[in-house]
Structure formats: structure tokens, C-alpha cells
Write a protein that binds this ligand. Structure first.
Ligand code: AHR
Length: 480
């Protein structure tokens, strides 16, 4: 059997396992909002229409922060359409997803939902069809206490206290030609800088995310980040990254190694941001907001968009996930944790129905997909200090990424409770015997082993620190 070895030592500190790494994303897309988190008349819905079963699963998933309202949707969105008396709200064309948006759900409902779910809101402003003034209006409505037109309007709409939203995205994927209001890096960089500067005049306590590239394969990747940050560096706190891994071609070895690509992507974004910081003699370090990531069978999107006209909340990219996809999601989370020093926010896209861990039937049940489990287990157990592990591991060949390390690991140590959690993925097809060297933790002698090579199951480990990882499996090893 192949074997590997991992040394775990509290001296190899990367950073804190920030709760914001366990974020998610709610977009007005498909049935994520309508029929997902919101469905008036559903047997579990409250008076506002928030689905209780989805709220319960959201809490179980352990989501910390939720980005809203898009995504591509935000680039044509008028936030004020989704406020005020529901009967007065306009029906609009949503060009991003060729949908009719009823605006029955908007900012005020979202804020009530975030409180019920126990999550932090992360709002995106529209920098596609709109600009500085509309972003300021939204910020005044959301965060200003009162005594001005827009803050008093919020109070009139029932929210006496300001929402106090701390995290704001300056638009979405504006490097993408598919985006309504697509821009060059120069155009977007200037707009992002001016919007950021003005937003911080209203509320200096907010954190702002500039749009990085929509994915690492964009022809402008690298130069987009550099140009945007040359304009906006001093006014923003994060640069975003998005990535989706597509298993449609059936190349299992490559999809299982997707985290290798995410790893390099993060390093490249950080290097580019640091380069601009150095050029500008600015000592501040930006963090990455990895605010869209997941496995996505992208080949199905066009089919979903082609088959209909302008309709309300159609089923869009409701991907059914496999056990392999769950292993990939677990490995992507390991990678985000391994970059805990420079990734400050991460949002799996999306929360409900649309490429989501939670699925629902309109009027019916809600259930967990396979990718729910690695997320929930990582969010629950990755608490404390993230520790670098440099596994001595075999490697194997993949068509997309060449030779990749077969074993991927990260450890998290909670100094308060002394609980130690090691997350490990065997990306290969063959079983792998892994010896965990816990010399630096003499009080920890045995590891409890939970695996996902299908549904979650606990394995007998008889108090050993050498464990067998099944081929293509995600594993959690715990000791306390
Ligand atoms: O999450 C689905 C879409 O993917 C988002 O709207 C967009 O930002 C990305 O391209």
C-alpha cells in the first residue's frame, strides 16, 4: 500500500481559522431565493415567507457570512426595488439570468433572514449599470442611524436600528464580457476607487472588496488585478477571486486535484496584490475574498438558459452532486484554510438549489447534498490556529495539472480546548496509509477517524496515529 507521513507541530502556525472562511452566497438566481430560502405559504415558512427548514439546514451547515444579492444579478439591480411595501414593488427584467424579478424579496427581508440564520451579511453594490451615488444611497439606507432621507426610509420600512453591514463588494466580475456593464480594468479600477473612497466617508468602519478576475483562466488574469489595484489599493481591504471546477468531462483524476489549481490561484493573486502594494510604498497587506467557489457542472447552464423565455425563478443549474464532488469540496476547504494568513473571506456558491449544498422542492422538503457534509464538518471542527503540514506524500499524474501530491492535509489546533483536528484528502484511487507524527502533542495519543468516501462514517482506529485513507476520500482525524 502507498504510504505518507505528516508532522503536526504547533510551531508551524499559519493564522487563525477565521469564521469568515465558511461563508456562502445567496443570489437572485434560479430558485436560490424564491423557492429556496424564501417561499411564502410553505408549511415551514414564517409570516415573512422565510423557509424554516432551509434556515435550520443553514445553521447546521455552519455558515458564517452570506454574500447577497449577486453575482451577475447585481450588475443590473436597483436595490431600492426590493424595499418598501411588497405590493408596490416593480417587476423587472433580470438580464443576467433572463428572468423576471418580482422583488418580493429584497434587502429588508434578507437582513431579517441573516439574523434568523445567525450569519453576517456581505452586500454587493451594483457597479455594472450604476455608480458611486447609488452605492452611497444603499450604504446610507443600510448603515446610517437616522435623520436623513434614506436612513429614515429604512426606519419607515420597519428597521429602526441600522443594519451595520461591515462587508461590501464593489460590484461583481466586471472583467467578464458576460457582465451587464462589463468594464476594462482601467474603467473599473477608477470606479472602484471612487466608490470606495466615498463609501468610507459615510462609514469608515466598513471593509471593501475590489473585484479580481472571474477565474484564473481569464485572458486578463493578473493584469486585471494589477491595474485595478493601482487605482484602488489604498481604499480597499480585499481583492476577490472566483473559481468553479467542472467535472462534466469525466476526468476524475483531474477533478480530484482541483485544489492544486485553487492553491496556485491564491498564491498568484496574493503575489500580484503585494507587488502593487510594494510599488505604491503601501505597507498595508490586502487579503483575498474568495467569494465564489464550488464544483459546478457548467455545461448544463446553457441548456437551462436556452429552453425558456422570461419567467419567474426557473430551476437553474440545480446540480446533483456525487461523492467525488464532496471530496473535492473538502479539499478546496483544506486549501482555503492553508491560506488562512491571506484569505480573509470565502463564500461557497451558492446556498440553496443553485449549485448548492441545500436543495428544496417548492412546497415540499429540503435536503442535504453530498457536498453539505465536508463543509459542515470543516466549519464545525476547524476552530483555533491553522497549522501548516507538509506531507511527505506520493504523487500521481493528472491530465489537467500534471503531477500532483496525492495527499492533501491541514491541521487546526484549538488552544483553549486543546482539540486538534486534521483534515486529509486522498486524491488518488488507491488506499493510502498515513502516519501522523504527533510528537509535539504528547497529550494526544489517538485519532478518531471520520471519513467521506460516500455518506459520513466513523472508522475504528483502535487508538493509533497511523490511519488508512480510502482512495478518493475526505477524512477528519480528531483528538482532544
Ligand atoms: O454563482 C453563479 C454565477 O457565477 C455568479 O452569478 C457569477 O458571479 C459567477 O460567474
Amino acid at each position: 500500500m502507498n504510504s505518507a507521513r505528516v508532522v503536526i507541530d504547533p510551531a508551524f502556525r499559519i493564522g487563525e481559522a477565521d469564521r469568515r472562511l465558511f461563508g456562502s452566497f445567496v443570489e437572485h438566481m434560479g430558485r436560490c431565493v424564491y423557492g429556496g430560502i424564501f417561499e411564502p405559504g410553505h408549511p415551514t415558512a414564517d409570516a415573512l415567507g422565510l423557509r424554516g427548514d432551509v434556515l435550520e439546514l443553514t445553521r447546521e451547515l455552519g455558515v458564517s457570512v452570506v454574500r447577497y444579492p449577486g453575482g451577475n444579478f447585481v450588475s443590473g439591480y436597483r436595490w431600492e426595488d426590493g424595499t418598501g411595501p411588497v405590493g408596490d414593488r416593480p417587476r423587472r427584467l433580470d438580464l443576467a439570468w433572463k428572468t423576471v424579478e418580482t422583488n418580493r424579496f429584497g434587502l429588508d427581508e434578507f437582513m431579517v433572514w441573516t439574523r434568523a440564520a445567525g450569519v453576517e451579511p456581505m452586500l454587493a453594490v451594483n457597479l455594472g449599470t450604476r455608480g458611486v451615488q447609488e452605492a452611497l444611497d444603499l450604504l446610507e439606507y443600510a448603515n446610517h442611524p437616522g435623520g436623513t432621507h434614506l436612513s429614515d426610509l429604512r426606519r419607515k420600512h420597519g428597521a429602526e436600528q441600522p443594519y451595520g453591514v461591515r462587508l461590501w463588494c464593489l460590484g461583481n466580475e466586471l472583467d467578464g464580457p458576460w457582465q451587464v456593464g462589463h468594464k476594462t480594468a482601467e474603467e473599473y479600477g477608477r470606479l472602484a476607487a471612487e466608490t470606495a473612497r466615498a463609501m468610507k466617508m459615510i462609514d469608515p468602519g466598513i471593509s471593501l472588496v475590489a473585484c479580481g478576475s472571474s477565474n484564473r483562466a481569464m485572458p486578463t488574469f493578473g493584469s486585471w488585478e494589477a491595474t485595478v489595484l493601482e487605482h484602488a489599493y489604498e481604499h480597499v481591504d480585499f481583492i476577490s477571486a472566483h473559481t468553479y471546477y467542472d467535472p462534466s468531462d469525466g476526468d476524475r483524476a483531474s477533478i480530484l486535484a482541483s485544489a492544486v489549481d485553487m492553491d496556485a490561484f491564491i498564491d498568484e493573486v496574493v503575489a500580484t496584490a503585494d507587488h502593487v502594494g510594494a510599488k505604491l510604498h503601501n505597507r498595508k497587506k490586502l487579503k483575498v475574498s474568495f467569494d465564489e467557489w464550488n464544483v459546478w457542472y457548467q455545461s448544463r447552464l446553457q441548456h437551462d438558459l436556452d429552453r425558456r423565455g422570461w419567467v419567474e425563478a426557473p430551476a437553474l443549474i440545480e446540480d446533483d452532486y456525487t461523492d467525488t464532488d464532496a471530496v473535492v469540496v473538502g479539499d478546496l476547504l483544506i486549501t482555503l484554510l492553508r491560506h488562512a494568513d491571506r484569505v480573509g473571506v470565502a463564500c461557497q456558491a451558492q446556498l440553496a438549489n443553485v449549485i448548492a449544498p441545500i436543495r428544496t422542492e417548492t412546497g415540499g422538503r429540503a435536503w442535504r447534498q453530498s457536498i453539505f457534509h465536508p463543509f459542515a464538518l470543516t466549519a464545525r471542527h476547524a476552530r483555533g490556529t491553522v497549522l501548516r503540514t507538509e506531507p511527505v506524500t506520493p504523487s500521481h499524474e493528472t491530465a489537467k495539472y500534471g503531477s500532483v501530491p496525492t495527499l492533501s492535509t491541514v491541521a487546526v489546533h484549538d488552544e483553549e480546548t486543546d482539540a486538534l483536528a486534521v483534515f486529509a484528502v486522498n486524491r488518488g484511487e488507491d488506499p493510502l496509509s498515513v502516519e501522523f507524527d504527533l510528537r509535539a502533542f504528547p497529550q494526544h495519543r489517538a485519532l478518531e477517524h471520520l471519513t467521506l468516501d460516500g455518506p459520513p462514517r466513523r472508522l475504528e482506529n483502535a487508538g493509533r496515529t497511523t490511519v488508512q485513507l480510502a482512495g478518493a476520500s475526505w477524512n477528519l482525524l480528531r483528538s482532544s
